[in-house]
Design a protein around this ligand. Sequence first.
Ligand SMILES: CC(C)(COP(=O)(O)OP(=O)(O)OC[C@H]1O[C@@H](n2cnc3c(N)ncnc32)[C@H](O)[C@@H]1OP(=O)(O)O)[C@@H](O)C(=O)NCCC(=O)NCCS
Length: 165
Amino acid sequence: MNQSNLSLPFGCILRKATYGDQWSIRLLVFSAKLDPTQLDWQQFWVIECDQNLVACGQLRNFSGAQELGSLVVASAWRGRGLGTLLTQHLINTATQPLYLECLGERLAQFYSRFDFVPISFEDLPQFPRTKGLSPLKGKFRFSQLAKRLLRVPVVFMEYRGQTNS
Ligand SMILES: CC(C)(COP(=O)(O)OP(=O)(O)OC[C@H]1O[C@@H](n2cnc3c(N)ncnc32)[C@H](O)[C@@H]1OP(=O)(O)O)[C@@H](O)C(=O)NCCC(=O)NCCS
């Protein structure tokens, strides 16, 4: 489903992150206890409301694939469509096959609204190595270990909707 008919609340803008956003982004990601690695501000998009950064999300680059990650909406701003808007924007911006990992059924349901479908670790494609970029499967291998050994409810998902690539 395309969620691009939503609009931002008054006073809010969606924009590419700038150098000055990097600590606000880290704070949002840490507060949501998400993966604290690869928080390169150049890869982020943010939503700013009344000059406060209230949401962020990024596209991490891997060989032959991208990962939609670090999606956080500040708790006071949740439930107003910001997460949906940002997710749809990241999907529209992606240029490579798109994947994500999330924790639990509720988040998997959230992403399935955008045509992400659950995929097993074994079925994740092994893209040819591109110079300077690591394989996505290598990163997801850690989560797969946590899933198997510690029963962490990780869900891997692949985007199967329309693409711009
Ligand atoms: C998931 C999240 C980004 C959604 O942002 P949002 O602006 O509240 O989302 P929207 O208002 O566009 O959509 C609401 C939907 O988000 C989902 N959602 C909201 N809070 C959620 C939570 N704590 N856990 C999982 N899903 C949640 C629900 O599907 C909800 O739909 P519903 O109201 O029909 O139940 C936000 O809850 C968040 O920042 N959570 C913490 C960080 C996180 O888990 N990020 C995802 C990493 S994979």
